[in-house]
Design a protein around this ligand. Structure first.
Ligand SMILES: Cc1cc2nc3c(=O)[nH]c(=O)nc-3n(C[C@H](O)[C@H](O)[C@H](O)COP(=O)(O)OP(=O)(O)OC[C@H]3O[C@@H](n4cnc5c(N)ncnc54)[C@H](O)[C@@H]3O)c2cc1C
Length: 350
């Protein structure tokens, strides 16, 4: 496995549990997992908010929907097993999407009607009055969607891997070389080793390893900024709040009394700009007073890997023994369990 973000760690763990002999490479493996103050050198996973928007997905067929449904089915099992390594890791349930306008509310109503069994239901303006009084078209509540803390998740997975004797190599891979039926993995420290199979989960860096092998899979960066906020006024206790409230595409995530996360901007390219941040901070000038007056205690950014001219994510066996599991764009944390299962099936067939 090359790359140890959510996808690489989760897939390595799943493969090791199935009895495969796994080695994992990533120079970040010996770095601690935190975002202190203002950070911009984070992996996609460490920058992410860990929101699991599975059941509220618009489409009801196709690979994207299947991967989401399967991932949401697997998450409770994953968390239960990983709690043995990190008891604080939890699945925080409940996601509420506020409808921006009437057409959106109608679309949500039809989704809620189709997915009662999956835990979706509409919420009226009156129901929202206590937590989000500016809502004027109601909202969609999803009982089983929600959030995992992406830092605790990575910590738990790293610990689980160490317990399973997965070889953790804190070094970058600089080149892949086919050798008969094997792969020689050349490392940045000058060493190399031979493996039967290679799985690439290196997000934006994947093409640098793939292009020399004739498998160009370009991806473009889409930057996201997020904020950690401390409230100076009410509401501080978050009574009746869901784990995630989504307004105009921005997530509000209570983390402790008087504290919340707000994110994330969607900015094509790899440079953080002030305008999208200001827009998010004010929720298009529709932010409640307690939110606009909150103090910023943390601000970070990260890059999402968006495949060019192909749908996200890129799950492909590119040639015998070379598997790509990358380009998860905006939903890599959510899709980690389903991706791991897809890779395991591809490994089985290889
Ligand atoms: C601000 C922000 C908010 C987000 N919020 C959410 C959210 O709420 N929910 C959600 O599901 N998704 C969210 N995402 C998207 C999510 O973060 C990504 O889809 C996901 O992290 C992709 O995981 P990954 O493991 O593929 O990539 P990454 O986490 O980026 O990991 C790739 C790893 O590969 C390593 N690597 C690269 N090149 C090499 C090499 N040559 N050799 C060895 N290792 C290498 C890197 O060091 C890195 O650790 C968000 C993203 C951002 C930026």
């Amino acid at each position: 496995m090359i790359g140890a973000g959510a996808i690489g760690l989760g897939t390595a763990w799943h493969l090791a549990q199935q009895g495969h002999d796994v080695s994992l490479y990533d120079p970040r493996l010996n770095k601690s997992l935190h975002r202190e103050g203002s950070a911009n050198d984070l992996s996609g996973t460490s920058a992410s908010l860990g929101v699991l928007m599975g059941h509220v997905f618009r489409r009801s067929s196709g690979r994207g929907w299947r991967l989401r449904r399967r991932s949401m089915e697997l998450w409770p099992q994953w968390i239960e097993k990983l709690q043995a390594h990190q008891p604080e890791l939890k699945l925080h349930p409940g996601l509420l999407q506020i409808a921006d306008d009437e057409p959106t509310a109608e679309r949500m109503e039809s989704l809620a009607a189709q997915r009662v069994d999956l835990g979706l239901h509409m919420v009226s303006n009156a129901d929202l009055a206590a937590i989000w009084p500016t809502a004027s078209h109601g909202g969609l509540h999803s009982r089983h969607d929600g959030r995992v803390d992406p830092l605790l998740l990575q910590l738990a997975l790293r610990q689980a891997l160490a317990g399973q004797s997965v070889a953790l190599n804190a070094t970058a891979v600089v080149r892949l070389e086919r050798n008969d039926n094997h792969w020689r993995v050349h490392r940045a420290d000058g060493d190399s080793s031979v493996h039967d199979l290679v799985v690439l989960s290196t997000a934006l860096c994947s093409d640098a390893l793939l292009e020399p092998l004739g498998h160009a899979r370009p991806m473009t960066p889409v930057l996201g900024q997020a904020l950690s906020l401390q409230l100076t006024t009410d509401p501080t206790a978050w009574s009746n709040w869901p784990s995630v409230l989504v307004d105009q595409g921005f997530n509000l995530i209570p983390t402790a009394p008087g504290q919340l996360l707000l994110g994330a901007t969607v900015e094509p390219g790899d440079r953080a700009s002030e305008d999208p941040l200001t827009l998010m901070r004010s929720l298009n000038e529709r932010a409640p007073e307690w939110l606009s007056s909150a103090t910023v205690v943390g601000h970070w950014s990260g890059l999402r890997a968006r495949p060019v001219d192909r749908p996200a994510p890129l799950l492909e066996e590119l040639e015998p023994g070379l598997i790509l599991a990358s380009g998860h764009y905006r939903n890599g944390v959510l899709l980690t369990p389903g991706t791991a299962e897809w890779v395991a099936a591809a490994v089985q067939q290889a």
